[in-house]
Write a protein that binds this ligand. Structure first.
Ligand SMILES: Nc1nc2c(ncn2[C@@H]2O[C@H](COP(=O)(O)OP(=O)(O)OP(=O)(O)O)[C@@H](O)[C@H]2O)c(=O)[nH]1
Length: 266
């Protein structure tokens, strides 16, 4: 059950095809930056942002995932415990819109959401600035209506259009779900806890490494680099994500280890 305390740290996850602009949206929102030459995300990364919405102070933990199919096994273990999912497509890429249904399905499956139509999804049509639009606002709104009444925003990470509004709406949707006591889709395992700094396998080349990195600034950047050979550690991963501390404030990330020590080998 979501509680008032729980809502002080909200985990929001960005999903969508590779290249639709998930990392750019996160970077625009948290750091107010835009890069025309971003690398594809490998696995997941997250940034924190503190904000006040309707008088409520929350820490938003924004998880950016790899949209490319080849990274599927690296991203799905991190869906659990999300409070809101931002389904993202690109307005100049019709296929990325068609694929929203698959993203929703993948999220619901791996996050173990019991009733996807009641879960707070927000849909983002990004690259509003792009000249060649392939998806109409009408089609996108219809899809949102027909698939559970999701909020819909047309954004441009490049021009900073509607980005803050979309994230704020995500927060509103979560708070609403909590206040209406409709949040029993939320799993007890909440956010991944990242306090453990650097847990590495011996010799630096072990296949079972968890590398945690932060860099400074107003918000901390945390990149999770998961080594190749996921078959060796992946089966251990979801079951060892244990309950994180909710309700703490500030930029304290903690990896709820020792259970989550990947350095020990499969
Ligand atoms: N014109 C325009 N380009 C954008 C916008 N957002 C992102 N891009 C560009 O689109 C490309 C892909 O952006 P990313 O943010 O890396 O996309 P992603 O969804 O995170 O991609 P993956 O990491 O592969 O999942 C980059 O070249 C960005 O500069 C936007 O709003 N407008």
């Amino acid at each position: 059950m979501a509680t008032a305390n729980k809502s002080s740290l909200l985990k929001v996850i960005l999903l969508g095809d590779g290249g639709v602009g998930k990392s750019s949206l996160m970077n625009r929102y948290v750091a107010n930056k835009f890069d025309t030459h971003l690398f594809h995300t490998i696995g997941v990364e997250f940034l924190n942002k503190e904000l006040v919405v309707d008088g409520r102070s929350v820490t938003l933990q924004i998880w950016d995932t790899a949209g490319q199919e080849r990274f599927r096994s690296l991203r799905t273990p991190f869906y659990r415990g999300s409070d809101c999912c931002l389904l993202t497509f690109s307005l100049d890429d019709g296929q990325s819109f068609v694929n929203l249904a698959n993203w929703k399905k993948e999220f619901a499956y791996y996050a173990d959401v019991r009733d996807p139509d009641r879960f707070p999804f927000v849909v983002l049509g990004n690259k509003l600035d792009a000249p060649e639009r392939q998806v109409s606002g009408e089609d996108a709104r219809r899809w949102c209506r027909d698939n559970g009444g999701h909020a819909y925003f047309e954004t441009s990470a490049k021009e900073a259009t509607n980005v803050a509004s979309a994230f704020e709406e995500a927060v509103r949707r979560v708070l609403l779900a909590a206040s209406e006591d409709r949040a029993d889709h939320l799993l007890p395992s909440d956010a991944v806890d990242l306090q453990r700094k650097d847990v590495r396998g011996g010799g630096g080349s072990s296949v079972n490494q968890w590398v945690f990195r932060t860099s400074g600034g107003g918000s901390q950047r945390n990149r999770l680099l998961l080594t190749p050979d996921p078959a060796s550690w992946l089966p251990r991963l979801p079951c060892q994500l244990s309950r994180g501390h909710r309700g703490h404030r500030g930029h304290r990330h903690s990896l709820n280890a020792p259970e989550f020590d990947l350095s020990k080998g499969a």
